[in-house]
Design a protein around this ligand. Structure first.
Ligand code: GLY
Length: 344
């Protein structure tokens, strides 16, 4: 019989099929251990789901992927997944990576299009291939081979934001007067979005898993890949040491292998907060040599944040160009932790 699904039906069928892909490659739950579980995230909306699944005995990586999937499916988050801002051609290109503590496995996809849950595809790169990173068309084909449905990741709002950006950056397109443009669109365009979601998780056995997922820098050159899918840059863990990841301008982490630097600092005996502050200082020192990353005063012209935990359950965050707090879940509830703000 002919499929008579309308657009809404098609979307919900696609959403259901995308949700089902979160189980592909996930491990069966195991009995709980005695350790206190812990989840650290750049986005508080990922915390409850990740912790709930850890308490059900899920692998910490599988739990973190499910937590991140909430952000990947959120149309109102313009820095990740569905509704993420597109490249300069109006095409959403996603980057994601995962690491698994017990096996020291890692997998990633970069510049993948039309796939709602790139972090789940990254897990399959780790589990169903002998590789660590697959990009672009190859990543899409790999995802489809495992049953991931294709869908348009632009929302009506992200299309309007991109269109406004395009009109303002072209000599040929004619832009509407500000008064005729949705104020939300104008507000979003005040800063250049390069947000991301990172989750680091520890289960009741003290095993670690981490995930970073992003739509990358808004209006990027097609094919630009940031730090999120690069193991050691946008995330890193060692099951005997700790786990961490980053949000912010990816280039500065690519140039400093920042997440690896932090975990190695902890391995050498640094307190996690000191390891993060030292990584921020290293980034400031190296990137201010490069005019692409410094402002007229010679200071960093970017923001970057780190989030992480040690094997012993200490948490910390540090940032350049920001401040405030981030959220963790310690098994009892959500708590706020202060960032160590590093200034140039
Ligand atoms: N940290 C995300 C990016 O730069 O793509």
């Amino acid at each position: 019989m002919q499929n008579r699904l309308n657009r809404r039906g098609f979307l919900s069928a696609t959403a259901a099929a995308s949700l089902a892909t979160l189980a592909v490659g996930a491990a069966p739950p195991r009995p709980l251990g005695a350790r206190r579980p812990l989840v650290v995230s750049s986005n508080p909306n990922a915390l409850e789901k990740t912790m709930e699944l850890i308490k059900q005995g899920l692998d910490p990586l599988d739990a973190a992927i499910a937590g991140v999937a909430i952000i990947e499916a959120d149309p109102n988050d313009h820095s990740v997944g569905y509704g993420g801002l597109p490249n300069e051609d109006g095409v959403v290109e996603l980057d994601a990576a995962v690491m698994h503590g017990p096996t020291h496995g890692g997998g990633a996809v970069a510049s993948i299009r039309n796939i709602l849950h790139p972090a789940a595809v990254a897990r399959l790169v780790m589990k169903r291939s002998k590789h660590c990173l697959i990009t672009a068309e190859g990543a899409l084909r790999f995802a489809k081979a495992h049953g991931f449905p294709e869908m348009d990741l632009m929302t009506e709002e992200s299309r309007k934001i991109w269109l406004r950006w395009k009109e303002k950056h072209s000599e040929d397109w004619l832009s509407q007067p500000d008064g005729q443009v949705d104020p939300k669109v104008l507000e979003t365009l005040k800063t250049r979005i390069h947000g991301t979601v990172h989750v680091s998780a520890m289960d009741t056995h003290g095993d670690l898993g981490c995930v970073t997922s992003t739509s990358g820098l808004a209006f990027k050159i097609p094919g630009r890949i940031g730090d999120s899918p690069i193991l050691g840059a946008g995330l890193y863990l060692d099951n005997t040491v700790g786990s961490c990841g980053s949000t912010g301008l990816g280039e500065v982490n690519l140039l400093n292998c920042s997440s690896y630097l932090i975990i190695e600092g902890i391995r050498r005996g640094e307190h996690i907060k000191d390891a993060m502050v030292n990584a921020c200082k290293r980034i400031i020192e190296t990137t201010t040599r490069d005019p692409r990353f410094r402002n007229a005063e010679g200071k960093p012209a970017f923001g970057v944040n780190f989030y992480g935990m040690t094997k012993e359950g200490e948490v910390a965050g540090a940032c350049i160009g920001g401040g405030g707090t981030f959220s963790i879940h310690d098994g009892d509830g959500i708590k706020q932790v202060d960032f160590a703000a590093v200034r140039a």
